[in-house]
Design a protein around this ligand. Structure first.
Ligand SMILES: *[C@@H]1O[C@H](CO)[C@@H](O)[C@H](O)[C@H]1NC(C)=O
Ligand SMILES: *[C@@H]1O[C@H](CO)[C@@H](O)[C@H](O)[C@H]1NC(C)=O
Ligand SMILES: *[C@@H]1O[C@H](CO)[C@@H](O)[C@H](O)[C@H]1NC(C)=O
Ligand SMILES: *[C@@H]1O[C@H](CO)[C@@H](O)[C@H](O)[C@H]1NC(C)=O
Ligand SMILES: *[C@@H]1O[C@H](CO)[C@@H](O)[C@H](O)[C@H]1NC(C)=O
Ligand SMILES: [Ca+2]
Ligand SMILES: [Ca+2]
Length: 943
């Protein structure tokens, strides 16, 4: 057995999986700890997959980056979504320091070990349940929340001081003892000051290996620190000035126990890897990677929202054709959609959302659509769109097909809120519009004029808010328009410029094309328009010039015009002239793009920042966290908020955060709609050449608000139990009677106030209550949008919240293995002989049952089947060459408890080991060797 460990350790050492540098003397925070562990775990999974698939796997150079890891995993197209997932998880992690600052159980303060572990284990089960339902967004959210306490344990408890070199694996299971926790009455620390605080924990506590943690409080007279207990320590913690004075935290190198900071960081990274390893065991390799934003193909969703009422049969046929052609041309290639989403809407029904990774399932879902019903003129298009926006991954592109006005116009602001929060692009394919071909329509019986100008305007507004297009065509033109726009939606699509003018006016727009951009296209929607295009070298071409050197191809259908431009690096200009409203969008393909979130710095003594689930505040300063993707050497040189209706802009102050992230401070958030434009440069794209300069823009149009909406609550909702979401509203503008709307995508029963009265500059609180029906499956989720509208409707804000639905589980133990037989013909020449074993796997009388058995290690052949006549027993047989003496089974039950069973055949005897923590402990043993090795190296000055 031990040689098995050693072999694995050697393997990990050799491949450098563990060799991240923890430079002494530099502090590491939750972001860095989380990112390191995610990058490490992802590499482990990708290496295992490569081994299983027999492909070569090469570890990237250190320090690892999201891009390098995505490339090593063979999915370079996923580097943006991988980065997004990591940032999302990190932001949820650091949010705990702001939202739960004073709740000790989220930080393992105040000896709250039992409460802290409960947060971790319950959250872990919810993560597993969400993954099982492929609700990866919800899984990431919960994952970030539970990583915080898990990591804090190593900084705030005395685990490191007790001499532990491995993480506490009992923190991720609920059926074991956490350790020997100090009694409330037992003294744990002595008074100390300065350097003398290095060993302020009482000797008997250390000797008897008693677990304790520091008490923390920010108000001295409210301190709950019992007599004799340790404090957290530091300037913010007021308990550390109460006897026994001093603290024990290892948060930074200058903390009370800062000399142990690096040890705490190493353990926190290992513990995070261990928790990820447990999730991986429960989810399986591919779903685990999907949770982290890495998927096969383009890592983009193909998302259709389709009206299926009576007049839509031609449109459905067009969607069928385009779907077939996308599937035919993209499946198996790098721009294959990674997930397919379909939502149909009718009247009075809409949905459900169909989400699949299997193109054939999607195709048959589309094929089974038929056009019928719909009753009156309006249909439930926004309800369908809402479902798609809450079910699709962030940054998706949605195509909505309809020929009718929205009947559910009241959802407009909810839909805009979801567009802003998810940065999704929504394209509307409106057929048979009255706006077009007025004369032609009279003779074309296929066009039923159902949609009036004012109704189309709603779709145009939504398209514009999202940076999408509202394409208005006849039924005959729809197939062409659909194929142009869907075919060009690839993963590396970037927006160089996007603008709209309504009413139309003559305006000149400029955009920078850099060396990395290919497939440069211009999309225009307008009823009639003239333009002049000028290239960086000064050549120009007008819309009336049929031939010219700048436009290599163009197509026009309905109100939609697309131009393919010749690739020319530099500053382009396009002058648009029209008295009709128009939109302009310049796109291309490039690996370099950016991600961003509006963030807010907390008030008071707390540090860090928190991502907003709301609109930022108007008229005051604000912050953005901008991250570049697709290049590890690119830097941001300028970030501007550009007013959507004109060219005015507000530039921010850019502060590098390391790792390709930049915190941007803006003095005043605009009061009108704006887009985010990023300029940057990259030194290393063209070796030898001078650095490139690039420009990218957000698709989404954003708004700020004078209203502040805040909501906080547990993120797990139990079916059948009413769930309260307290929220507060504050106005920095005039007071009055504010309208409140609470909507959820699952149509769960909910109660909420309809109005809140606010004095000028004041705030008010209330509660929304949600109830999920008892039969709602664990792992589903619900998105709640609480909107607040100021009197007169001029200003609105909202908060968008996602909750995981989770039914309490009672099965906390993984399945167990029992060896039934073992035979061998092993001889001295191992390759000529075989060994074979059979094992039965069960989950106990109280268990939820065995869901999956897979081979984690060993290169023999494994088969598994249910025992005849007893579905509770899974029989496994394994046959292997005697050259491969070890095998390890991964056994998972239906709620995601993960166990492993290790069997080793050596010289006529078998050793068996079965445990649920094995997976975690095994590599960590290696970690201590590595850490030990690193210490020696650094002592020798080799580091
Ligand atoms: C890297 O991940 C593996 C498996 O997920 C884990 O065993 C190992 O401890 C991790 N390394 C570090 C340095 O955390
Ligand atoms: C369209 O139909 C009208 C009568 O409904 C007819 O007078 C006209 O000539 C037709 N136009 C064309 C182009 O067919
Ligand atoms: C916020 O209030 C200011 C002053 O009352 C006003 O000028 C501005 O338009 C308001 N912003 C929004 C987004 O409503
Ligand atoms: C706010 O308006 C609602 C109806 O729109 C009304 O019922 C309510 O009394 C108003 N509240 C106040 C405080 O004016
Ligand atoms: C709203 O609730 C918070 C805490 O939940 C409280 O501090 C605040 O005073 C309340 N505001 C109002 C107007 O009730
Ligand atoms: Ca209808
Ligand atoms: Ca079980």
């Amino acid at each position: 057995m031990s040689s098995g460990f050693a072999a694995l350790c050697l393997l990990l050492l050799r491949t450098g999986a563990l060799g991240f540098g923890v430079m002494p003397g530099k502090s590491q925070n939750h972001q860095e700890i989380t990112e390191k562990a995610i990058l490490n775990s992802t590499l482990q999974v990708c290496r295992a997959l490569a081994q299983a698939e027999g492909t070569v796997f090469t570890f990237p150079a250190e320090p690892f980056t999201a891009k390098a890891v995505a490339v090593a995993c063979g999915e370079p197209q996923s580097s943006k979504s991988f980065r997004r997932a990591i940032i999302f998880i990190m932001l949820r992690n650091i949010r705990v320091d702001i939202r739960q600052a004073l709740n000790g159980s989220f930080h393992f303060d105040d000896e709250m070990f039992v409460q802290g572990r409960k947060i971790i284990t319950e959250g872990l089960q919810a993560v597993k349940a969400s993954n099982k339902q492929e609700n990866f967004e919800a899984a990431r959210q919960k994952l970030g929340e539970i990583l915080h306490p898990l990591q804090d344990f190593y900084s705030h408890s005395n685990w490191v001081e007790l001499g532990n070199k491995l993480p506490n694996s009992n923190l991720i299971r609920s059926d074991t003892s956490i350790g020997n926790i100090a009694d409330k009455s037992r003294a744990t620390c002595r008074n100390c000051d300065g350097d003398d605080c290095r060993n302020n924990i009482l000797g008997d506590i250390i000797e008897e290996k008693v677990l304790t943690s520091g008490y923390f409080g920010i108000v001295p007279f409210l301190s709950t620190k019992p007599k004799g207990k340790c404090s957290h320590g530091g300037a913010v913690d007021q308990t550390s000035s109460i006897e026994p004075k001093g603290g024990i935290n290892k948060d930074t190198v200058s903390s009370s126990h800062g000399h142990l900071h690096t040890d705490a960081v190493i353990l926190a990274i290992a513990a995070t890897s261990g928790l990820l390893e447990d999730i991986r065991g429960a989810a399986g390799e591919r779903p685990f990677l999907q949770m982290l934003g890495i998927s096969k193909g383009s890592s983009k969703a193909l998302c259709f929202v389709i009206d299926t009422t009576k007049s839509m049969s031609d449109d459905i046929a067009a969607v069928r054709t385009v779907t077939s052609s996308i599937i035919k041309s993209k499946v198996g290639r790098e721009d294959e959609p990674s997930v397919y989403i379909l939502v149909s809407f009718n009247d009075p029904d809409f949905g459900p959302l169909i989400k699949t990774t299997d193109p054939n399932v999607f195709k048959s879902a589309i094929n089974s659509l038929s056009a019928a019903g719909g009753g009156d003129e309006g249909e439930l298009s926004l309800s369908g769109l809402q479902l798609a926006l809450t079910g699709a991954p962030s940054n998706s592109e949605v195509f909505l097909f309809t020929d009718a006005p929205a009947k559910d116009k009241h959802l407009k602001s909810t839909v805009i809120a979801l567009i802003e929060r998810t940065q999704t692009v929504v394209n509307f394919m409106i057929s048979g519009s009255t706006l077009l071909n007025r004369r032609k329509r009279i003779n074309d019986t296929k066009i039923r004029p159902r949609i009036a100008a004012s109704d189309a305007q709603l779709y145009r507004d939504l398209a514009q808010a999202s940076g999408g297009l509202a394409i208005e065509v006849t039924k005959n033109e729809l197939p062409v328009a659909t194929s142009i726009i869907t075919e060009s939606s690839t993963s590396s699509l970037v927006t160089l410029l996007q603008a709209a003018r309504s009413p139309g006016k003559t305006d000149t727009f400029s955009f920078i094309v850099d060396e990395t951009v290919t497939n440069l296209k211009v999309y225009i929607t307008a009823r009639s328009l003239a333009f002049t295009l000028t290239s960086p070298t000064g050549e120009s071409q007008q819309s009336t010039d049929g031939t010219g050197s700048l436009i290599t191809a163009s197509q026009s259908v309905g109100n939609f015009k697309t131009l393919q431009l010749r690739r020319q690096v530099g500053l382009w200009k396009i002058k648009m002239a029209s008295s009709n409203p128009y939109t302009l969008k310049v796109i291309g393909q490039s690996p370099i793009d950016f991600l961003f979130d509006f963030v807010e710095a907390p008030q008071g003594p707390l540090t860090g920042y928190d991502a907003l689930d709301t609109r930022p505040r108007a008229g005051v300063n604000g912050n953005l966290l901008v991250t570049l993707t697709g290049s590890d050497s690119a830097t941001v040189t300028e970030v501007a908020l550009v007013k959507s209706s004109g060219s005015e802009e507000i530039k921010g102050v850019v502060e590098p955060q390391g790792g390709g992230s930049f915190l941007v401070h803006v003095d005043m958030m605009p009061s009108v709609e704006f887009v985010v434009r990023v300029k940057g440069q990259d030194e290393s794209v063209a070796p030898g050449a001078s650095s490139i300069v690039f420009q990218r823009q957000s698709s989404t149009n954003f708004r700020a608000s004078n209203l502040t909406v805040m909501a906080d609550s547990d993120s797990i909702l139990v079916p059948g139990t009413p769930f309260s979401v307290p929220f507060s509203v504050m106005t920095s503008g005039v007071g009055g009677n504010f309208t409140i709307r609470a909507t959820n995508n699952q149509h769960f029963h909910s109660t909420s106030p309809n109005n809140l009265f606010l004095e000028t500059g004041s705030s008010a609180n209330d509660t929304v209550t949600l109830s999920a029906p008892l039969n709602t499956p664990s792992g589903s989720d619900v998105t709640l949008t609480i909107e607040v509208e100021a009197p007169g409707g001029e200003d609105t804000n909202y908060v968008v919240l996602r909750f995981s639905i989770f039914n309490t589980v009672t099965d906390f133990t993984p399945p167990v293995c029992e060896l039934l037989s073992l035979q061998s013909t092993c001889s001295d020449i191992c390759r000529l002989s075989m060994w074979e074993l059979s094992v039965q796997v069960t989950d106990g009388a109280e268990g939820t049952g065995v869901e999956r058995v897979s081979l984690r290690r060993g290169n023999g052949a494994m088969t598994s089947s249910l025992a005849p006549g007893n579905e509770n027993i899974t029989l496994v047989t394994y046959t292997s060459s005697c050259c491969s003496p070890d095998m390890e089974l991964l056994v998972v039950d239906r709620v995601g408890n993960v166990g492993t069973c290790l069997y080793t055949y050596r010289g006529g005897s078998a050793a068996a080991f079965s445990s649920s923590t094995k997976v975690v402990q095994l590599p960590l043993l290696c970690l201590s060797m590595v850490v030990f090795g690193l210490h020696i190296l650094s002592e020798l000055g080799i580091h």
